[in-house]
Design a protein around this ligand. Structure first.
Ligand code: AMP
Ligand code: MG
Length: 349
């Protein structure tokens, strides 16, 4: 998990600068979406621009929550039922975008990120807001039956605004990217209303647009407590973490995190958390989930195949592994040096 803070000096500097040019100081608003409190912070935001934009955002967030929910009845659950019946269904612009982008991301991840795996998520009992889930995991037979049908985003055909599939096991669940896409939509909506210095923070997963004079400062949390590093966002970037500490199934002393490996049908293992930095929230969110599935050996390869140069993971035994680019830009907390390995990651372009 990560969290966002701001260093004192940029705030002071900001106030001075803003007073000098007669603009209003920072504004803040909170929304409850996807079971998470979304904190929106605005700088250089006059009331007359900020208030209508925040109201618009509220309406937009409510619609996303309703339309993309994986198990509460709404557009996505209707769509899933129609797909399972073999029908061709019209989808809204946002869902079409989620499907198209997810098809490309699934392919780039080698199938580790697979939002057509809603049936597997359901089988594991993770279509709930009540964590931890207790009781035994699904049986081998149930998992095998799902694996045999191997639903994939590539099973979905898109024609104009219509979706269809020949694989009745396809069940869309955008839990791994919804927050990322929502944060992108929010930042872009605010920018279009002239609000360019913003941070949209969905429970530690965020996208921020800052400036060199007043960067947003973001902390990367240690699952063991405290912070391992800080990141300063001066341009436009998203920071997303996928982790195992909050949502999982518990049974007979074993823990099964809510991120699942579509190749085996089993819960991801080996990593406690993966953090990704890139411009788009949607991409950062998808890649963080894929890296958690990839595990301690394969994650640098998957980051590369998904075109990501800034990532770090924390293994089950608390070791930090980080890409060279991410290592360079982070401000590491004292004591992290002995736990940290910089991996090699070569890009062909
Ligand atoms: P995140 O917290 O972003 O890693 O997303 C986790 C959520 O994505 C889970 O609660 C599931 O709804 C869904 N999910 C689990 N495993 C996968 C996977 N391998 N690919 C895509 N979505 C997944
Ligand atoms: Mg994710």
């Amino acid at each position: 998990m990560s969290f966002a803070t701001r260093r004192l000096w940029p705030i002071l500097l900001l106030v001075v600068v803003l007073q000098a040019c007669g603009r209003e100081p920072t504004q803040q608003a909170e929304f409850f979406v996807f079971g998470t409190l979304v904190d929106v912070q605005l700088r250089a935001a006059p009331d007359e621009a900020a208030q209508p934009a925040l109201q618009e955002l509220q309406v937009r967030f409510q619609a996303m929550h309703r339309d993309w929910h994986a198990w509460e009845s709404g557009e996505l659950t209707d769509l899933n039922q129609a797909l399972a019946r073999g029908e061709e269904v019209r989808a809204s612009a946002d869902l079409l975008t989620l499907v198209r982008r997810s098809q490309a991301l699934e392919a780039a991840s080698g199938g580790l990120f697979n939002p057509a795996a809603g049936g597997l998520v359901k089988l594991w009992g993770f279509h709930t807001s009540d964590f931890p889930v207790s009781g035994p995991p699904p049986s081998e037979a149930e998992i095998l039956a799902w694996l045999e049908q191997s639903p994939s985003m590539s099973d979905i055909r898109i024609e104009d605004d219509f979706l269809s599939t020949g694989n009745a096991a396809v069940m869309l669940d955008f839990g791994a990217v919804a927050k990322g896409f929502a944060v992108d939509i929010a930042v872009e909506l605010l920018a279009a209303r002239g609000l360019g210095e913003v941070m949209v923070n969905a429970g530690g997963d965020l996208r921020a647009r800052g400036t060199a004079e007043a960067p947003w400062r973001v902390g990367v949390s240690d699952p063991a407590g405290g912070v391992i590093a800080a990141i300063e966002v001066t341009g436009d970037e998203a920071v997303f973490t996928s982790g195992t500490s909050q949502r999982y199934r518990q049974h007979d002393g074993a823990r099964y995190p809510h991120v699942l490996d579509p190749r085996t049908g089993q819960a991801a293992s080996g990593l406690q958390a993966a953090t990704v930095v890139t411009q788009e929230g949607l991409v950062a969110d998808a890649v963080a989930t894929a890296l958690l599935v990839a595990g301690p050996e394969r994650w640098p390869d998957i980051a590369r195949s998904m075109n990501i140069s800034q990532a770090l993971v924390i293994t089950d035994d608390g070791q930090i592994q980080v890409t060279p680019t991410m290592n360079q830009r982070l401000e590491w907390a004292p004591g992290t040096e002995t736990r940290k390995t910089v991996v090699t990651q070569e890009f062909s372009h």
